[in-house]
Design a protein around this ligand. Structure first.
Ligand code: UD2
Length: 318
């Protein structure tokens, strides 16, 4: 199959790329490297990488003249919540307008598409109480990022309804795994903590460490998406993508202590402004389609440490 991954040099995109390339599909990546890293995709043939912005319409048109894609993963986005708060005009151009533009080009040019996958976020639920989050939970965006992700998933759904483009949206919960950069403003807490253990640095808890999240290992995320792609009933729908298990930061920290067999220093600061206390997804609809998370937090962290960030060139998928 021909597979296009926008934002494919980032953490999630590069893992998807490696997975599908290992299954002998042709993977094309378009990425402007604003938050992605070329080293993440060292396995990709040079000609399959296009360094361009997702807003570059000429490049997109040319690409769709050249290829008919079977699967498109749309991950290119301004991924930093903070950046979207600082400049929502700029981020909505990337996160909403470019999604709409891509859908329009697909509708006009890409006949025979099997699936368009849109990467949405648990951020759409905001701070409203009530767990686990399911598809009937209230949407309450707390940032331009959340509004933009919601708009993207809704446009994807609409293009299915109006024009039959086979779209599926996923609201990613807290994804972790190899190739996640611990040094960026949107870094996930697990990559930051792992980096502290790896380099004997002090880890800062914002709050007392009792806050919980639904941490999903990248390999489970890929298996969920792959399961949906192979199941036509998922077309035109949006799904939560987590594990359905709630884990505290304190639990993650003690798991790292076990894996590394050492103690590191910690400090405690105020809870971050706008932080949610607890989060967990209801994944029943995906389980009904055959998704079965394989990585509990211990297995996931163990696997992650084995492919630590110092080893991003190592193969994760055979
Ligand atoms: C996630 C997303 C974020 C946005 C948000 C919306 C990630 C990485 N971030 O933020 O983009 O969509 O959901 O709800 O998926 N923490 C510490 N010490 C640190 C770093 C973090 O204690 O050095 C805490 C942090 O205050 C929070 C928890 O760890 O309570 C998880 O933080 P996170 O940034 O990994 O993820 P989250 O869910 O806040």
């Amino acid at each position: 199959m021909n597979i296009l991954i926008t934002g494919g040099a980032g953490f999630i995109g590069s893992n998807l790329a490696e997975f599908y390339q290992s299954k002998n599909h042709k993977v094309i990546i378009i990425d402007n490297l604003s938050s992605g890293n070329i080293e993440n995709i060292s396995f990709l043939p040079k000609n399959n990488f296009i360094e361009a912005d997702i807003q570059d319409n000429n490049t997109l048109e040319k690409l769709f003249d050249e290829y008919n894609f079977d699967i498109i993963f749309h991950l290119a986005a301004v991924v930093s919540v903070v950046e979207t708060i600082e400049d929502p005009f700029k981020s909505q151009k990337v996160n909403i307008e470019s999604t709409l533009n891509l859908l329009k080009i697909i509708k006009e040019k890409n006949k025979g598409l099997k699936r368009f996958i849109f990467a949405s976020s648990a951020a759409v639920y905001g701070n409203v109480e009530g767990l686990p989050k399911n598809m009937d939970s209230l949407i309450s965006p707390e940032s331009p990022y959340a509004i933009e992700k919601f708009a993207g998933e809704q446009y994807s759904k609409l293009f299915n309804k109006l024009y039959g483009v086979p779209t599926t949206g996923f609201r990613f919960f807290n994804v972790y795994g190899p190739k996640q950069n611990p040094n960026s403003t949107y870094s996930g807490v697990i990559s930051i903590m792992q980096n502290c253990f790896e380099n004997n640095k002090t880890f800062t808890f914002y709050g007392d460490g009792t806050q919980t999240r639904d941490f999903v290992y990248i390999k489970d995320l890929i298996s969920a998406i792959d399961c949906a792609i192979n199941n036509e009933i998922t077309i035109g729908k949006t799904y939560n993508l987590g594990t359905g298990v709630e884990t505290s930061l304190n639990k993650i920290f003690s798991e790292f202590e076990k894996i590394y067999n050492k103690k590191i220093n910690v400090e405690y600061k105020e809870f971050r402004k706008g932080d949610i206390k607890n989060s967990v997804s209801d994944i029943t609809p995906l389980i009904e389609q055959g998704y079965k998370p394989q990585f509990g937090i211990s297995e996931g962290l163990e696997s992650y440490v084995n492919f630590s960030n110092n080893n991003i060139k190592e193969k994760c998928y055979e």
